[in-house]
Ligand binder design. Structure first.
Ligand SMILES: Cc1cc2nc3c(=O)[nH]c(=O)nc-3n(C[C@H](O)[C@H](O)[C@H](O)COP(=O)(O)O)c2cc1C
Length: 321
């Protein structure tokens, strides 16, 4: 399949692995790029410059030269401007810069010859990103794993495709050829996929979290700011995180202030996080977790989705007389 996205990024499949921190490290990005899609390394605010350089080195080891990207979060950049320098030094084809106004970063990235993608969650934020001069807009629906907005992928995609002239990639809930075919048929140039790659061997998902991902269905996620509050993360209020429901969300979601004051609640969370006890600690994942039922590899995810989408698009084309 050839789209504007495959042309812009120099890849075979119109599929991008979402910059999931810390799960989408160098090994996942490389495996995705090796499979002919576009791999992105998410830069993690909790890691040092050396640790980040190690992840980038994994993509480039042995002279590997296929295109890859780097993922940044805007409110994190405001605290750690060094991450922008690290991203540029890695010489990626594209930098993803999301959750805020990308305008202050566009000129510098473009001067370095780097394409810019920005995830948006509303018509207003899409128009702001287009005006800022980003090259690709990622319409991220509320079905998505990790931090996201409140509008579903399908309504958001339709609204954004009509509102901007910039190529639009769809994110949130796409985990099969059906999903990729649907967004391409609607006019998107590709899919930005996160949750299915959490079960790939190359991701940095801890084994205990992987078990829960494989066992969960589409009804078992919740959009919550609980884990940000528990970890003191400064996410802007409009972005909550979609995570697997667990005992901690059942008890405290929507009662974050009370949780912070309750004796022992934070200690319980911190201990669970240290012990990888995900009945209490967070596993960010989207609603497409209902389509992730086995451990897999990045290549298997890419090849299955791309091959199935081509079949669905051919069938869809035959509907038109
Ligand atoms: C575990 C996890 C961590 C994420 N971390 C980030 C991040 O650091 N930066 C970012 O721009 N998006 C992040 N996202 C959101 C993804 O970029 C993307 O929008 C989402 O995974 C797409 O939806 P899907 O999970 O339904 O495929 C994360 C998603 C997940 C599941």
């Amino acid at each position: 399949m050839q789209t504007r996205l495959t042309e812009m990024l120099g890849v075979t499949h119109p599929i991008v692995n979402a910059p999931m921190t810390p799960q989408a490290g160098g090994a996942l990005a490389r495996a995705v790029s090796e499979a002919g899609a576009f791999g992105i390394v998410g830069l993690n605010e909790d890691e040092s410059a050396e640790q980040i350089a190690e992840q980038v080195a994994l993509v480039k080891a042995g002279g590997f030269s296929k295109p890859f990207g780097i993922g940044l979060v805007i409110w994190v950049l405001e605290r750690r401007p060094d991450l922008l320098d690290l991203a540029i030094a890695a010489k990626p084809t594209l930098v993803s810069i999301s959750f805020g106004d990308p305008a202050p970063y566009v000129e510098r990235l473009h001067r370095a010859g780097i394409l810019i993608a920005s995830q948006i969650q509303s018509r207003a934020s899409a128009m702001r990103a287009a005006q800022a001069g980003v090259d690709i807009i990622v319409a991220q629906g509320t079905e998505a794993g990790g931090h996201t907005g409140a509008v579903g992928t399908l309504p958001l995609l339709q609204i954004v495709l009509d509102a901007v002239d910039v190529p639009v990639v769809a994110a949130g809930g796409i985990a099969s050829g059906r999903g990729l075919a649907a967004v391409l048929a609607a006019g998107a140039v590709g899919a930005w996929i996160g949750t299915p790659f959490l079960a790939a061997a190359e991701s940095r998902t801890p084994e205990q979290a992987r078990e829960r991902i494989v066992a969960s269905d589409e009804t078992q996620t919740v959009l919550t700011s609980l884990f940000d509050r528990a970890q003191g993360k400064a996410w802007p209020q409009e972005f909550r995180g979609r995570a697997l429901r667990n005992r901690f969300t059942d008890q405290w979601n929507g009662r974050e202030e009370e949780m912070l004051r309750a004796p022992g609640a934070l200690d319980e969370f911190r201990a669970a996080k240290a012990e990888r006890d995900y009945t209490v600690a967070n596993v960010y994942a989207g609603q497409s977790v209902g389509m992730v039922s086995a451990r897999t590899t990045a290549r298997a995810v890419v090849e299955r989705i791309a091959a199935d989408a081509a079949g669905h698009l051919q069938r869809a084309a035959s509907l038109v007389r």
